[in-house]
Write a protein that binds this ligand. Structure first.
Ligand code: MRU
Length: 353
């Protein structure tokens, strides 16, 4: 089963299994350098997840699933007993807390541990393949919904926050998948890209992906978003998600809530695009979502340069929760739920979730 990624039309393969190891695009180096790294042990995978070399909820799910195969292989090499193997899997599962896909992908592959390496790898490959298929379908459904709802016959002006593109998934994208689908239909005029402080996933990654696709875009400071939405004729905002509660409350990159509030004020649709693997029906509402707090120095400086006074402390939540009442549309591969109108993820899809 080694070296089996088959999706030849994919330009970006952020996470794949090749020649007996996990191969990641190191997203911390983009856009300057498209560098692939081989991950051969659990410590290296946990470090890659924490440093955001691999990131984005669905990509984390795929990495977690392959991580179980990696742990099994390392365990065989180093003579681990079962408790040690399970502890290693648990470290991968908990490397970041907010994206439900990481735990879910890891659990799926771990459920086949007793069947051995090939079965675990097969399950991880299924997680990757299914994410691709879900992304493609939700992109079509999301694009259909936007065109139906916004109703213009001219190309759209869109806004996105963070990176919910090919890099953040198995290789297609959720929010950027919708944008790419609209572009394919000739219906994108311009995308405003929030830079996404502090780690600049928008300026570095989303802008890079849109550039690769030839999609017109403008990078702006996060603090410009509200004004752009209210006064620059934005037709809709489209973002991804890290965890969606049963009532539609949605955790996504810090700053998403401000975009949703501005959309509500402007009357512009706010769309969350995510596979159903990001819906956590066990959580009734967003208050139960654990928000990752990252190192303060990510906000008290830029890169290695300190910008705040040396004795100022920093506050660095990586995500916020947008109330479901502000989510006009939740585009998934099973359909689009109009959450703000009362269509809850659980109610719409019932036992599937
Ligand atoms: O901290 P990150 O870069 O992993 O945060 C990613 C996001 O917030 C994405 O919008 C989300 O995971 C959806 S990715 C399709």
């Amino acid at each position: 089963m080694d070296g089996m990624a088959q999706d030849d039309d994919l330009r970006v393969r952020p996470v794949e299994w090749a020649d007996g190891a996990l191969v990641l695009i190191d997203q911390t180096r983009l856009p300057g350098e498209l560098r692939r790294v081989r991950i051969e042990d659990v410590d290296a995978l946990v470090a890659a997840i924490r440093s955001l070399a691999v990131r984005g909820a669905p990509a984390l799910g795929v990495a977690g699933a392959y991580g179980v195969a990696l742990a099994l292989r390392q365990g065989a090499r180093e003579g681990w007993d079962r408790p040690r193997l399970l502890a290693a899997v648990e470290r991968i599962r908990r490397a970041r807390p907010t994206a439900v896909n990481l735990a879910r992908g890891t659990d799926r592959a771990a459920a086949r541990l007793a069947e051995g390496f090939e079965a675990v790898l097969e399950e991880a490959e299924a997680v990757r393949r299914e994410d691709l298929a879900a992304n493609r379908r939700l992109s079509e459904l999301g694009a259909d919904w936007l065109l139906r709802t916004v109703g213009h016959d001219r190309p759209l002006r869109l806004l996105t926050h963070c990176n919910a593109g090919a890099l953040a998934t198995a290789g297609w994208g959720t929010a950027l998948g919708v944008v790419r689908e609209l572009h394919r239909r000739g219906r994108v005029e311009l995308v405003y890209v929030d830079e996404t402080r502090p780690l600049l996933q928008g300026a570095r990654l989303t802008a890079w992906e849109l550039g690769q696709e030839g999609i017109a875009h403008l990078v702006q400071a996060d603090s410009a978003a509200a004004s752009t939405i209210l006064y620059q004729g934005v037709d809709a905002a489209v973002v991804g998600a890290d965890r969606i509660a049963a009532n539609g409350d949605t955790a996504n990159k810090i700053g998403t809530l401000a975009v949703a509030l501005a959309c509500a004020r402007a009357g512009a649709p706010f769309m969350v695009a995510a596979p159903t693997t990001t819906v956590d029906a066990a959580i009734p509402d967003g208050s139960a979502i654990r928000i990752e707090l990252r190192e303060p120095d990510e906000v008290t400086g830029t890169g290695r340069d300190r910008t705040a006074p040396a004795d100022s402390a920093g506050f660095n939540p990586a995500f916020d929760v947008t109330p479901g009442g502000l989510v006009d549309a939740l585009a998934t591969e099973l359909g689009v739920a109009e959450v703000a109108r009362g269509e809850l993820p659980g109610r719409v899809w019932g036992s599937v979730l």
